[in-house]
Design a binder for this molecule. Sequence first.
Ligand code: SF4
Ligand code: F3S
Ligand code: FES
Length: 242
Amino acid sequence: MADEKTLDTRVKVHLKIKRFNPETDRRPHFEDYEVLLRAGDRVLDALHLVKWTIDGTLSFRRSCAHGVCGSDAMVINGENKLACVNLIRNVGTHLTIEPIRGLPIIKDLVVDMEPFFAQYRAVLPYLINSDEPGYKERRQSQADRERYDDTSKCILCACCTTSCPIYWTNDGYIGPAAIVNAHRFIFDSRDEGTQERLDILNEKSGVWRCRTSFNCTQACPRGISVTKAIEEVKREILFDRI
Ligand code: SF4
Ligand code: F3S
Ligand code: FES
């Protein structure tokens, strides 16, 4: 077991961060920074150190710092990740950090999430049921609950959608995150909006744009089988029309 001294040993971490200030820059550029961190610190700690001790103008989103809110998705050494759950000992001491791709950059690592949330809203991501709920909860079996357990873990971080090559080249594609959140209700036995959602996802902006690249599954910090969920929705649309 590592002793206390080893745990507290600091290492030099080099960061190359893509910066963009819309008021002064015509295009994004990289800037370099060095900070001292412990191997058990997170990439988010590195960004905080840069912001708090070197350059207070660095902009990035974060809130919970524990992999729950989904606000600090960024491209870390070429892969979409959450800064708050990736430790220096796992990602290395030379970090290239960029904003997630496919969404407009507002400033530095902050992108405009509105197109992403508009696509999320488009799939009606809430329970639709016209029955009077009464005094008890709407019950379902464990097997029925299991059906959408995986997709219920989504934290809307956009790591999946912004790692999808189809999304980069066609912002009309609704994207994997929206499909995951549609799946969560399509396969909920208590929901009555399945047909409406399947119709939305059967449009040209929907599931058929997916070319099964699997980037989304690889990028998901919650370990959701994103591509499998998309395939299940595709099958449901086909089944529905036979
Ligand atoms: Fe993030 Fe995974 Fe949800 Fe995509 S499916 S938004 S990667 S949590
Ligand atoms: Fe894109 Fe994922 Fe399909 S990366 S192409 S949505 S499998
Ligand atoms: Fe909330 Fe990273 S800050 S998920």
